[in-house]
Design a protein around this ligand. Structure first.
Ligand code: 5GP
Length: 401
């Protein structure tokens, strides 16, 4: 990668300017592994390669889901473990999401059983300060000390939760339990979205706890290294094998499983509705085919379509665009694929479709969560605007109630 000068060096990575692109940086991950704020340090040849692959694949998945991250490209190929990212001013916080009680959480909360499922997820903030061992910090203190504003704290919380749920879904598909996760945020330094909060730094096998089959003793993450009584070559080789396995598994995360939505209307005047449904399915990245077939006028064609489409596409489902439900009933009886019914709201239908395919597809699952989060935040925003208006004093005095 075309690097400029080195601008920072961390425990496990080096940052360079990207030659000719002031709003971009090159992040190179190294073979270093460390624990206990650097008290234990080793080098595992090839670890930087695996860390860069893991990070790039995780970020590629998050980008595909629509989450804002700093990642642009690189890290996966033979490129010195370097990835190109959008330049950020980092916020000095580690944001931890926990789905299962472990690590420092059970030390701080002895009443909570290790391994207990945590729903809703617990979100914790730690202030990045090695000398003070990254102390925990409350949202109020983050705002009070000018580290981030209240809106940013809300966005970080929501994005951290979404990141956790998306990665948790991907791991669950591989029979691995995501226990907890640490991420970091930055504000973009330039470009059209200057100042926007994005998920930054790296997300690799040092950033989470993962327990295959939900069994802690099978762990594949950096905790293996933290737990070592004696660090010798054989132990480091076992750690490396786990990191290799993780990088391979994560390689399958950003792959969308092809599906097909067959949108079928029961009469020629359904074209507008069919097109509206197709447009919202395309927004979610779902491929579609469209047809008109009438159960009363062309019943043979309905049956023929079902057979043709089922013979052509894996993971097919139908969307019946009719009012009286007879096309839907016919598709239901003739087809072995799921049939959804259009009820006049293309967005709601797209969400139903994404949920259906999201059972198996983490990208669609992530897009569904993001769509729901955006819908929630639109409601909260509208409410906040109304409250603001209500607080503006009227010429006669303060507004009542
Ligand atoms: P805990 O607070 O239980 O020690 O850690 C919670 C989660 O955050 C774990 O998944 C752990 O790996 C991660 N984590 C905590 N501190 C750090 C850190 O300094 N660097 C990295 N990469 N991950 C951390």
């Amino acid at each position: 990668m075309n690097k400029g000068i080195e601008i920072a060096k961390g425990k496990t990575k080096v940052l360079y300017e990207a030659a000719g692109s002031p709003d971009q940086l090159v992040v190179a991950q190294t073979d270093q592994i460390s624990a206990g704020d650097g008290a234990r340090r080793n080098e595992i040849s090839g670890k930087g390669r695996l860390a860069a692959q893991t990070t790039a694949r995780v970020f590629r998945l998050l980008n595909l889901c629509g989450l804002p991250t700093h990642y642009l490209n690189g890290g996966e190929d033979d490129d010195n473990n370097e990835m190109l990212v959008r330049r950020c001013n980092m916020i000095p916080l580690e944001v931890v999401v926990r789905g299962v009680a472990a690590g420092s959480f059970v030390k701080r909360n002895p009443g909570v059983q290790r391994g207990a499922l945590m729903v809703p997820r617990v979100i914790e903030f730690f202030y990045k300060d090695d000398a003070a061992h990254d102390p925990m910090i409350t949202p109020d203190a983050i705002v009070g000390n000018g580290i981030a504003n209240p809106n940013e704290v809300g966005v970080m919380t929501e994005l951290a939760r979404l990141t956790f749920e998306i990665l948790s879904h991907a791991w669950r598909k591989r029979d691995v339990l995501l226990v907890d996760l640490k991420i970091e945020f930055g504000r973009l330094t330039g470009g059209p979205d200057k100042g926007q909060l994005v998920i930054a730094d790296v997300i690799d096998n040092d950033s989470w706890r993962i327990w295959p089959q939900g069994r802690e003793e099978l762990m594949l993450d950096k905790q293996m290294y933290r737990n070592l009584d004696a660090v010798d070559d054989a132990a480091l080789a076992r750690v490396k094998t786990a990191y290799e396995e993780v990088a391979d598994l994560v390689g399958t995360f950003p792959v969308m499983r092809p599906g097909m939505a067959a949108v079928v209307g029961d009469s020629p005047d359904r074209s507008d509705a069919i097109n509206a449904v197709v447009a919202s399915l395309q927004q979610l990245g779902l491929p579609t085919v469209r047809h008109v077939a009438s159960p009363s006028k062309t019943p043979g064609y309905v049956l023929q379509l079902v057979q043709q489409l089922e013979a052509t596409f894996a993971r097919l489902f139908f969307v019946a665009v009719d009012e009286d439900g007879s096309l839907r009933a016919m598709l239901d009886s003739a087809s072995s694929s799921p049939v959804l019914h259009w009820r006049g709201d293309p967005q709601a239908l797209a969400l139903d479709c994404a949920k259906l395919l999201g059972l198996e597809d983490t990208v669609l699952y992530g897009r569904t969560l993001l769509m729901q989060a955006n819908a929630r935040s639109a409601v909260l925003h509208a409410d906040a605007m109304l409250q603001q208006q209500a607080q503006v004093p009227t010429p006669q005095g303060a507004a009542l109630g």
